[in-house]
Design a protein around this ligand. Structure first.
Ligand code: PHE
Ligand code: CO
Length: 293
């Protein structure tokens, strides 16, 4: 089956939350994650994100009920959370977003996975992504992204648009009068990266630049080496409003930019030392020898 063929059986990906079925251990894991993250995010998360958490009544009381969140979210921006089993295919993902539906998993990580897990669970999806969907401008951006994704698949721009999602929706920073703040879901749901992304000397922090981002490779196995900073959600929405057809064509022959590269054209907020990843690389280089001792 060609990669771009539409997903045949969509029903198999949907799974309603069944809120009554969570046991006390699962609610406790949520409470632990919530309390810890709420503390870390004070003065670090974007004010619109915090406002969203409050508005949607996402709290330390336990795993939220999607039905109750949807009542509030629907009235705020018309978005709806739909339960899914895990990652869904690109075409389905884009079409859901274009319809103002956000696919969210309903399983929660185990206690052993508190600090890190590779696939998204409901703490990432609900705590990370949903709060900003209550913000009108961000809500419109997400829908525009979904429509743009459908189009990108027809134009060979899937990788380009996926990088945009990665460096904004998942790992974006925003400039405020009080300094940089986090709005990306991949950061707000991560204890370590919430601090690292803002305060560590290692990563680059660079001003939002659409085409530059669309050419920048990213890592999925560790903290990012570069974060991109928007001035406002309005900027994000406006700069992604033009037709991307010529953009994809222009980017086609151009080389990838490595995750840690800084270009002369970059608006640099912070030039990273890359110390964090350099240390990891050194460790990996010596690890086989050590293992043989
Ligand atoms: N303007 C984009 C296009 O024409 C659509 C888009 C909007 C993509 C917002 C991403 C984010 O393809
Ligand atoms: Co995510």
């Amino acid at each position: 089956m060609p990669a771009d063929a539409p997903t045949a059986d969509r029903d198999q990906y949907f799974k309603s939350q069944n809120w009554e079925a969570y046991d006390s251990e699962q609610h406790d894991i949520w409470k632990t994650l919530f309390r810890r993250q709420a503390e870390i995010l004070k003065g670090r998360a974007a004010p619109e994100y915090i406002a969203g958490l409050d508005a949607l009544q996402v709290t330390a009381d336990g795993i939220p009920d999607f039905r109750r969140m949807n009542d509030i979210l629907g009235r705020a921006t018309g978005w709806e959370i739909v339960g899914v089993t895990g990652l869904v295919p690109h075409d389905m993902f884009f079409e859901l977003l274009a319809d103002r539906k956000f696919p969210a998993t309903s399983f929660i990580r185990t206690r052993e996975q508190l600090d890190y897990l590779q696939e998204p669970d409901m703490f990432h999806d609900i705590f990370g992504h949903v709060p900003l969907l209550s913000n009108p401008v961000f809500a419109d951006y997400m829908q525009a992204y979904g429509k743009g994704g459908v189009k990108a698949m027809q134009l060979g721009g899937l990788e380009n648009i996926s990088r945009l999602y990665w460096y904004t929706v998942e790992f974006g920073l925003i400039k405020t009068a009080d300094g940089l703040r986090i709005y990306g879901a991949g950061i707000v749901s991560s204890k370590g990266e919430s601090v690292y992304s803002l305060e560590d000397a290692s990563p680059n922090r660079i001003g939002f630049d659409l085409k530059r981002i669309m050419r920048t490779d990213f890592r999925i196995d560790d903290y990012q080496e570069t974060y991109f900073v928007i001035d406002s959600y309005e900027q994000l929405f406006e700069e992604t409003r033009p037709d991307f057809t010529p953009v994809y064509a222009e980017l086609k022959g151009q080389p990838l930019i490595q995750p840690r590269d800084v270009l002369p054209t970059d608006r640099v907020f912070h030039r990273g030392t890359n110390a964090y990843h350099a240390a990891k690389r050194a460790q990996q280089a010596t690890a086989p020898g050590q293992a043989a001792e």
